[in-house]
Design a protein around this ligand. Structure first.
Ligand code: GTP
Ligand code: MG
Length: 370
């Protein structure tokens, strides 16, 4: 026999659980939102609420801030988000290490990047730039695609001693698909077998025409080993960013995109997020994917505590009720009840989607509501 909890039914009907409990009470049944009811009772309730079903839409429960545009005057300049892409071992992480004065590469298993690293640097001139490091190994196509979609600018790293390789081409395609401007960094130019000109020529075959070849795409020769070209690279990033006039409203409830997430044995669910608008603060109540939570602490890329994260700052967030998925949006809401309601609704929707094939009659009954 079919059974469903009152809350699940409420979610599917886009009604409040408490209203269903009230209606059940009128029908002479004392149940809480967490208790299950049988199919006949569920049908009765749907009939009871029938007049409401057309009127109440999922958007009353879920959050959709896409139509919620920040007024012109509220926008302030924000740091560009720059994603480093390229073939495996071409020197992406080394380039970032050189820019940041760190040594991430040495800590990587086999020197292979297996996740998206998110960092922010302050240039000598005081400008902030956010960098996302992506893996070059062929197994990580999805991460590269994701990187291309949250970014403002892509840096295509090509090793001067190697050439255009499969994941170089893949990165070019992701960048074009995302419609994001590209800067080509020809790296490892300190090596004696380096041939930067040959790279520029080969790029033509993939419709990447760099400035040195009379095209529009900025290119720069760099070496993570000697530091050559790093200042020039920064200049080109800032120049590109200036043209784009990147802005966001920092004075509103925050929204952020999950870069990656995991379950940490000690800290619980951890999400590395990039704030897209508003300022994320410790104590904020939030929904992220199908989970609710409250920001217990935030850490920057150096592991330091951050109290407030403005647009473009990548931070690691502690205090989530579960592990979200990369690409999920984090939204700050004004009450825990609201956060739980939205999360429950989304969980229910996700479950319904997973079991969509199952020929359960309750599913059929509510499919019209989806
Ligand atoms: P994946 O993340 O696995 O795709 O690799 P990656 O692109 O991040 O390359 P990584 O920075 O790990 O560098 C690969 C190798 O190239 C390492 O041995 C680096 O020391 C070396 N390397 C990187 N940049 C340079 C450079 O400018 N000059 C020289 N000589 N070697 C470099
Ligand atoms: Mg790497």
């Amino acid at each position: 026999p079919e059974a469903i909890t009152v809350q699940e039914l409420a979610n599917r009907m886009a009604e409040k659980g408490a209203d269903l409990v009230k209606a059940l009470f009128k029908l002479g049944m004392m149940v809480t939102v967490n208790q299950t009811i049988d199919q006949d009772t569920a049908e009765l309730l749907v009939e009871e609420f029938g007049h409401n079903i057309q009127r109440v839409s999922a958007s009353d429960i879920d959050i959709d801030t896409s139509a919620d545009v920040d007024p012109e005057g509220s926008l302030k300049p924000r740091a560009p988000v720059v994603t480093i892409m390229g073939h495996v071992d071409h020197g992406k992480t080394s380039l970032l290490d050189a820019l940041r004065g760190t040594d991430v590469v040495r800590g990587e298993a086999g020197g292979i990047t297996q996740h998206i690293g998110a960092y922010q640097i302050k240039t000598k001139g005081g400008d902030l730039i956010t960098f996302l490091d992506t893996p070059g190994h062929e197994a990580f196509t999805e991460m590269r695609a994701r990187g291309a979609h949250v970014t403002d600018i892509v840096i295509l790293v090509v090793a001067a001693d190697d050439g255009i390789m499969p994941q170089t081409i893949e990165a070019i395609n992701h960048t074009k698909a995302a419609g994001v401007p590209m800067i080509v960094a020809i790296t490892k130019v300190d090596k004696h077998e380096a041939n930067a000109q040959r790279i520029r020529e080969r790029l033509l075959e993939h419709e990447v025409v760099v400035e040195a070849m009379s095209g529009e795409v900025q290119d720069v020769e760099v070496s993570a080993k000697t530091g050559a070209g790093l200042d020039e690279l920064i200049e080109k990033i800032l120049l590109q960013a200036e043209v784009m006039e990147l802005q966001a409203n920092p004075d509103r409830a925050a929204e952020a995109t999950v870069i990656e997430a995991k379950l940490d044995k000690g800290k619980g669910p951890l999400a590395s997020v990039l704030v897209t608008r508003g300022t994320l603060k410790v104590g904020d109540i939030l929904v992220v994917g199908t989970h609710s939570g409250r920001v217990r602490a935030m850490l920057d890329d150096k592991g330091r505590q951050v109290k407030a994260a403005p647009p473009s700052l990548p931070v690691e967030v502690l205090g989530l009720g579960g592990v979200p998925m990369a690409g999920d949006t984090l939204t700050v809401v004004d009450s825990e009840a609201r956060a739980r309601e939205v999360a429950a609704y989304r969980q229910e929707k996700a479950t319904a989607k997973r079991t969509a094939q199952a020929p359960a009659s309750l599913e059929n009954m509510f499919s019209a509501l989806a």
